[in-house]
Design a protein around this ligand. Structure first.
Ligand code: HEC
Ligand code: HEC
Length: 392
């Protein structure tokens, strides 16, 4: 499947163009089995796009076994094509109908442009335990960048050793999601960052106290002035969140073996991992785990345990058990899995997903292959130097 003759390439190029035309003509069902994914060369690759959504919450009700959910609205095949500028020289890129190369930069909101000064301040605040009431809990306590951006325990321990009952998702690549949290209750990283500082079970610090605490550390002022130039009173709760969000947008992990494979390096995935990728597609994990994040970014029903998911936020019984599909990038670094941390291993998570989401049993061979595929999703980790925080 890897090397095609010249005629084969032309054939697939024509097939690829024809397919794009058909899709553009409004055909909703994505052809799934007839095409050979990954070997369809494309004449005009377009950059992968992660769109900003106007509405903060997108909900897809039904557990997807149906084919149309392979194609959620914001992940059309054109957008999933390999970005042209990321093609390695001398290699032949492959378009995938299900996956896409993780871009090396996430979308940046207009009202919070990236600057090196803001990223630096954001890093300091990310590591700053004095943003918590107890002065011992920082973002990095639960989203430890030495541990894949997680805390590696089933459910996080926050203020006074309380547990919020949910597993800490990784911050790595979180910037690509436009719904944050397991229940999608925050639309942006800026909005998200304000949550844990104030949450009683996390850092337990009211907004005005957090601002006062930071203002009380005189060494911070020049950093805020540099990050928010021209602002008279730059130390605000909004700016704290903006700076942290800007830092989080640097926590991207490009170039994992799947990306290198998509960019044309045949040997980037082992034979078993390739088989796993094909199984992952064939049994329809890709209905929900697709695109550059291996997540549609949508909320899907997952009946498992007591947590009612999105219903906690809306109170609407129609939202019971809706959880946002998590990314599978860096999965080997982020166990245990699920919103309640109830799956200790990747194999356990695969089996539960097959049973609960797809109503099927996988053979041990299928699980082994999918596991090899998912184990190869570790990208280049951000190189973060530990910031020196102002003493006072
Ligand atoms: C006490 C542990 C703890 C602390 C401290 C903490 N978090 Fe979290 N974080 C969590 C948990 C647990 C969740 C999931 C909560 C949920 O979905 O209801 C989460 C969710 C997130 C998410 C959403 C990721 C996604 O994919 O949806 C981001 C981003 C994040 N935290 C960043 C931060 C930042 C920034 C800080 C510091 C301001 C912070 N967290 C502090 C435990 C923590
Ligand atoms: C109907 C949509 C859907 C399908 C199909 C699906 N998943 Fe999931 N997947 C989800 C959702 C939603 C979650 C988050 C569950 C939760 O709340 O803990 C998830 C979580 C996971 C996790 C845990 C990730 C983490 O960081 O906690 C893994 C691993 C996973 N899925 C793999 C698979 C595999 C393998 C398949 C195919 C056998 C599959 N999924 C099929 C929706 C789906």
């Amino acid at each position: 499947m890897s090397r095609l003759s010249a005629q084969g390439r032309i054939f697939f190029a024509v097939l690829g163009i024809a397919l794009i035309l058909v899709i553009l003509m409004g055909l909703q069902d994505r052809p799934q089995r007839e095409i050979t994914p990954f070997t369809v060369p494309t004449a005009t690759p377009e950059p992968a796009v992660v769109e900003e959504e106007a509405s903060p919450v997108e909900v897809v009700d039904e557990p997807a076994t149906a084919e149309e959910e392979v194609a959620p609205e914001e992940a059309t095949p054109e957008e999933e094509l390999v970005p042209a500028e990321e093609e390695a020289e001398g290699t032949e890129s492959r378009a995938s109908f299900f996956f896409a190369v993780l871009p090396s930069t996430p979308p940046i909101p207009e009202d919070n442009p990236q600057t090196p000064e803001k990223e630096e301040l954001g890093k300091m605040l990310y590591f700053e335990p004095r943003l918590s009431q107890s002065s011992v809990i920082a973002c990095s306590t639960c989203h430890n960048l030495g541990l894949g951006g997680t805390d590696r325990i089933p459910t996080s321990l926050g203020h006074d050793f309380q547990t919020g009952g949910r597993n800490a998702p990784t911050v790595l690549n979180a910037a690509f999601f436009n719904q944050q949290f397991w229940d999608g209750r925050a639309a942006s990283l800026e909005e998200q960052a304000q949550g844990p500082i104030q949450a009683g079970v996390e850092m337990a610090m009211p907004a005005d106290m957090a601002v006062e605490r930071i203002k009380g550390i005189a060494g911070y002022l020049p950093y805020f002035q540099a990050a928010f130039p021209g602002e008279e009173d730059p130390i605000t709760f909004d700016n704290i969140a903006k700076a942290i969000a800007a830092f989080e947008r640097t926590l991207i992990t490009p170039n994992d073996p799947l990306d290198r494979y998509l960019l044309g390096d045949d040997d980037a995935l082992s034979p078993l991992a390739k088989k796993g990728m094909e199984t992952f597609e064939a049994v329809n994990c890709v209905a929900c785990h697709n695109g550059p994040m291996l997540s549609s970014g949508l909320l899907m029903r997952f009946r498992h345990g007591e947590d009612p998911g999105r219903m906690t936020v809306t109170g609407d019984p129609a939202d019971e058990f809706l959880f946002r599909v998590p990314t599978l990038r860096n999965l080997p670094l982020t166990s245990p899995y699920f919103h309640d941390g109830s799956a200790a291993t990747i194999e356990e998570a695969i089996n539960t997903m097959a049973n609960v989401q797809l109503n099927r049993e996988l053979t041990p061979e299928e699980v082994e292959a999918i596991s090899a595929f998912l184990n190869s999703l570790v990208g280049e980790q951000p190189q973060v130097t530990v910031p020196i925080l102002p003493a006072n």
